[in-house]
Design a binder for this molecule. Structure first.
Ligand SMILES: [Zn+2]
Length: 149
């Protein structure tokens, strides 16, 4: 799917920014990783507060990106959302700058927030036990019936 170029960058329109600061939110497609085990889908959802202090633009807020990851224990694919709750960026604004580009700041923050050893569940038992667990699930109803005390 072809996207508009503007959707592939996180730009802050400095020229029109409210001097009191402004809350911005939206979604931009900026994490273009092409890794076998790390597949982003959808865009980065952002909720940011941007404010100019003289020539410095300060931006703070939250970022989220959905990923399809591969569990480092059981090898299963799973979907997860990577959150950056304390995204901060500060950009020097020149007199003629109309936009501040936060694309690489936001992209880097999301990538740094990716888990080093992704797990499909905090207590993922790994491959061996996973087979066992599947069987347990199948007999789960019977286990419930056997409780007779
Ligand atoms: Zn797992």
């Amino acid at each position: 799917m072809k996207k508009e170029e503007s959707e592939n960058r996180l730009l802050i329109d400095v020229a029109r920014l409210d001097p009191e600061g402004e809350d911005l939110s939206g979604e931009v497609d900026i994490v273009d990783l092409d890794e076998e085990f790390v597949k982003p889908f959808g865009g980065v959802r952002y909720r940011l507060h941007a404010q100019l202090f003289g020539t410095e633009l300060l931006v703070r807020g939250r970022l989220e990106q959905d990923f399809d990851l591969v569990c480092s224990r059981c090898g299963r694919d799973f979907d997860t959302t990577v959150h950056v709750d304390d995204f901060t960026a500060s950009v020097q604004i020149g007199e003629k700058d109309e936009c501040a580009d936060l694309t690489s700041d936001a992209r880097d923050s999301i990538i740094l927030a990716l888990p080093t050893y992704p797990l499909c569940a905090p207590d993922c038992p790994g491959i061996e036990q996973k087979v066992q667990e599947t069987r347990d699930d199948r007999w789960g109803a019977l286990d419930g019936l056997k409780v007779s005390k």
